[in-house]
Ligand binder design. Sequence first.
Ligand SMILES: [Zn+2]
Length: 288
Amino acid sequence: MVNKKRFAAVSASSICLTLLCLGGALLAHPAAPDYSIQAIRYASSPDVPVSGLVVDGPKDVRVDIAMVVWLIRGGGHTILFDSGFHRDTFLKYFPMKDYLRPDEAVKLAGVQPEEVTDIVISHAHWDHMGGIDLFPKANVWIQKDEYRYYTMDAWQPGGNHGGIDPEDVKQLVQLNTEGRIKLVDGDNVEIFPGIRAYTGSRHTYASEYLRVEGSPPFVLASDNCYLYLNLAMHKASATFSEADHAANIAAQSRMIELAGGNADRVIPGHDPEQFKKYPTDGRVAKIR
Ligand SMILES: [Zn+2]
């Protein structure tokens, strides 16, 4: 009798444990890796007027903007958000200083170019997509609409391919034929456990930004927000067409929300301050 009771008690508690475990497994978000995030400055573009980046920004202030790729590591992935550039097609408009090719720059964070497993492209501009051919084993993630537009309509009458390097487009198509293009279809899409892509701020046809889950979460804005000043002034990025200003401001508010309500955890695309706000060794800032 005693034994029976004990058996019953043990059974009940193990059933409870089993249910708890099952319940936990069913309810909990699959554990996202604890990603590290680093910003790597591969060049600077000197003396850029702030008013060219922030609507209503100060006209007399110029800044050496940072040219950046972001390295996200965790869960067996070595991910680059944006790839920099290495062709000189646009340098006559945007001279650079302290340029280091992005595949050399990542070595400063201890990563060999062939170790990069994935590149997520925020948008197709030359200074963000121009390095996709420097990382021989990486899959390249890009919004489906961005891929479609810049490989097709952008080059047709009435299309807009400002800031797009035709050589990058050829690379994109080449990688697709090799099975290395991963298309991201729209807004709020999880592309790695705990890393989601968001649209709605049209710097290009379908530019995207990332939220990296964790405590705390971070948003990597790329050119959907150029400078911390955009966030502080609630002003759109000045290169956006006027029709997109309201959407850009709304997107920036959403970024702050996605970063847990803290604007400091939204990392702007070209702000040199990210290398002051976070512990920085040479060209590499440790964001998390
Ligand atoms: Zn840019």
